[in-house]
Unconditional design. Structure first.
Lengths: 462, 327
């Protein structure tokens, strides 16, 4: 019996996954835990480790096909060397496949939540696709024709010597495109469910084998983009496409409203100026404004619990009892938003330590699936880039997202109409107006501000 | 009207031009009394006398030098090389005198140097040369290579009437080839210099060639159609200098794949220039590498099996075309 490889559950709320590409071909030998395929979900991209050692006997799900979690996507023949005699113990049941464990530490993770801060430009475009195209063999003519017709060369299988893409391949592709019905754009094609009313009944995502891309129907290709001589056509990475999809979906799902408060950070700023170096030397990790704001956000959530909630597809509101703040971390691969579990349970210093640890894991690409799920609210810090006001997009299915912008010195009118130089910061909250109104959002921001401004000259970080 | 050979067409052209224009005369080794080593000029001395059909010593520098002198004095000499290999003895007169005279003095040097070129007749290293590339490189000289009986006559007439020195390379293998026998028009005609001709129209690949190789290419193209379902275009350049850029670019732009075939050796040959031109002008129209089929960079062999191995032929063209088509 060949061992089935199942679509793993890469995240709690993830019901399906897409095969990005197969890293092994049918007939290839694969070691246990060796990467078999690239799996894409709306949460992360991950490489799927092989559950067993053996020969990849059959690929059941082709690249770009989407199937429900648990569906067999490939078969591995464990006793490939002794094909005739199959020992019973060599065929473990489907349960033996460890890929379903979400906490595999060696799963390379990249989160497309990265753009949820509204600073999409920070998310790096993965260079791998470009690299593939460079390696692909293409005749000069084919390259020009592809450019003129806005064709992604990755979509074309070459029939020339060594798989080279040549004239015939491009012309055949164009012909095929013209025969197929044109679809206006990626977003519309990928977002078929979103074109339904938001309050429609939930999509049957859990149905085994359900594929939103409907592979039974011919894959609808968008009309090729035609560009002018002074334009360049870029094919987004899968990560970029996932971000695009999520952003469009978030804007369609949640009626965003944004509100801003100004916070006097003078005491915290001065304390940090004075204690930052000592703290780092003493503890071995840095401290910044972020743990203060996170702490204050927890305070705000306690006052206005609906800020830590989700609107469901059947029109209910789930209030989350745990406060798990997502925090944006810039990495070489792009921006990731790992989760800081039970944020409200930590002291300022404890938060600083957790933040440093998570940032370290993110930058060394060691984030686990666990790190990438279960966040209930996101705190984003575009202020490190010097921005003073940001309007972030909600990371679905949250009720809101908070941007902390740069702390800058401004002349401010204080008590008795005196003018003083103070360390000021804007906090921008985008919230789902289905769940909250201005009063709730304002109440939350006020609580956050009150907490931040409650610190005196001497702060106990522990 | 009777069908004539390629060789007879050359003789007709000389005869008609000498009748038409008193300034035209022929000089060379054995061209008069003997009628030429290949009998191209048979009967000309009888018609025009020994002052217009001049038997010269075996001295190509003197033959060509005399022709240059006569040309700048207003004559239109046709200097015959008994074998085109011997043209090298007159190299200085061609590249330093004939080619530059108009540029130096404003006086044109209208003359034709012609002679049997090419291999395939067991002629060995001194009687099989394809010297076109040496002169192709020299500004001021036109180079033409007829592949058919019609062109042999028409190109020679145009060469004689042209005001520049023209190197006219007839192919000795084609001289008496029965399949090239052709009925030529009664009336006077010329084939313009600098104009290529499409011998076979096609959409899948262009073969650029000239001279005797035209026939090998046509043979290969026929096989490619029958066995490979490939529709190959064969363009006969006819004039190497000036090249018919327009025709060449038009064809390759349409077929996107190009095979260049010549009998001359590969390195620094006409094909090298064509390849460079196509790469510069049509890079983004190319669907495969510009491919050349030519003789290897070696002296022309004498032994018949070696000669066969040395010369490009339909079989070699076929193999290269198939590889290019599959690219």
């Amino acid at each position: 019996m060949p061992t089935p490889v199942k679509m793993p559950r890469l995240g709690e709320s993830v019901a399906e996954g897409t095969v990005g590409s197969w890293l092994k071909q049918e007939g290839d030998w694969v070691e246990k835990d060796e990467s078999l395929a690239e799996i894409i979900t709306d949460k992360i991209n991950a490489e799927l480790p092989s559950p067993v050692a053996g020969r990849l006997a059959k690929i059941l799900v082709q690249p770009d096909q989407t199937v429900a979690v648990g569906v067999d996507i490939a078969l591995i023949e464990e006793n490939a060397d002794v094909a005739a005699s199959q020992s019973v113990e060599a065929a473990p049941g489907p349960d033996a496949a460890p890929v379903e464990s979400p906490a595999r530490a060696n799963v390379a993770v990249m989160d497309k939540q990265s753009a949820s801060d509204g600073n999409g430009s920070k998310a790096a475009v993965q260079p791998s696709r470009v690299g593939e195209e460079e390696r692909q063999r293409i005749s000069p003519l084919a390259r020009r024709l592809a450019r003129e017709h806005g064709i992604d060369l990755n979509d074309i299988a070459g029939t020339g010597t060594g798989g080279r893409v040549r004239k015939e391949d491009i012309l055949a592709y164009i012909e095929q495109q013209q025969a197929a019905p044109a679809v206006p754009s990626y977003a519309a094609a990928a977002q078929a469910p979103a074109t339904q009313p938001v309050y429609s009944s939930p999509a049957p995502v859990a149905q085994p084998g359900y594929t939103p891309a409907a592979p039974s129907a011919p894959k609808a290709e968008p009309a090729p983009t035609v560009i002018g001589p002074d334009e360049e056509l870029v094919t987004p990475s899968r990560m970029r496409l996932a971000i695009a999809e999520h952003m469009v979906r978030s804007k369609r799902t949640s009626p965003h409203a944004t509100t801003v408060v100004e916070v006097d950070m003078t005491n915290i700023a001065k304390w940090l100026e004075k204690n930052k170096e000592d703290f780092k030397r003493r503890e071995g990790y840095s401290i910044s404004y972020v743990p203060f704001v996170m702490k204050a956000v927890c305070e705000g959530i306690r006052k206005v619990p609906t800020i830590n909630s989700s609107w469901t597809e059947d029109n209910k509101i789930i209030i989350k009892k745990r406060i798990n703040l997502g925090m944006a971390v810039a990495t070489d691969a792009g921006l990731v938003v790992p989760t800081l579990y039970d944020t409200d349970q930590y002291t300022i210093a404890g938060l600083a330590k957790q933040i440093a640890a998570i940032a370290q894991r993110a930058r060394s690409n060691k984030l686990t699936v666990q790190d990438m799920q279960n966040s209930t609210f996101v705190v984003n810090n575009p202020g490190t880039f010097g921005t003073i006001i940001s309007v972030p997009i909600i990371n679905q299915p949250h009720a809101g997202i908070l941007s902390m912008d740069a702390v800058v010195k401004r002349p401010v009118v204080i008590e008795d109409d005196a003018i003083a130089v103070r360390y000021m910061m804007y906090l921008c909250l985008s919230f789902d107006h289905r769940i909250l109104d201005g009063a709730g959002a304002g109440g939350f921001l006020q609580a956050v501000r009150t907490k931040l401004q409650s610190y005196g000259r001497e702060i106990d970080a522990y | 009207m009777t069908a004539v050979t390629y060789l007879e067409a050359i003789g007709q052209a000389i005869r008609e031009e000498m009748r038409r224009d008193e300034a035209v005369f022929l000089l060379g080794e054995d061209v008069g009394t003997y009628g030429g080593a290949f009998k191209v000029s048979a009967g000309l001395m009888e018609e025009f006398g020994s002052e217009r059909v001049i038997d010269t010593p075996m001295a190509e520098a003197a033959i060509i030098g005399s022709a240059v002198g006569a040309a700048i004095m207003g004559m239109r000499p046709i200097a015959e090389m008994q074998f085109i290999d011997f043209i090298t003895c007159g190299f200085d007169q061609i590249v330093n005198m004939a080619s530059k005279f108009y540029w130096r003095s404003g006086i044109p040097a209208p003359m034709v140097i012609r002679g049997p070129s090419g291999g395939g007749v067991k002629g060995g290293p001194f009687h099989s040369a394809s010297p076109e590339a040496w002169f192709f490189h020299v500004p001021g000289i036109k180079v033409v290579v007829p592949s058919t009986t019609y062109d042999a006559k028409g190109l020679l007439k145009a060469a004689i009437r042209d005001n520049n020195p023209v190197l006219y390379l007839e192919h000795k293998l084609l001289y008496r080839l029965p399949e090239l026998r052709e009925e030529l028009p009664e009336e006077d005609y010329t084939v313009p210099l600098g104009k290529a001709i499409t011998r076979r129209a096609g959409e899948d690949m262009t073969i650029l060639t000239y001279g005797a190789m035209v026939h090998q290419c046509l043979k290969a193209a026929q096989t490619l159609e029958q066995e490979d379902d490939l529709d190959v275009e064969v363009v006969d350049l006819r004039s190497l200098m000036p090249l018919d850029r327009e025709a060449i670019l038009e064809s390759v732009k349409r077929t996107n794949k190009v095979l260049i075939v010549h009998e001359d050796t590969l390195t620094g040959g006409i094909g090298a220039e064509l390849a460079a031109m196509l790469a510069e002008d049509l890079f983004e129209y190319l669907d495969g590498p510009i491919t050349r089929v030519a003789a290897p960079d070696a002296p022309f062999p004498y032994a018949p099996p070696l000669e066969e191995a040395y010369l490009p032929n339909a079989e070699k063209i076929l193999a290269a075309a198939r590889k290019l088509a599959a690219y």
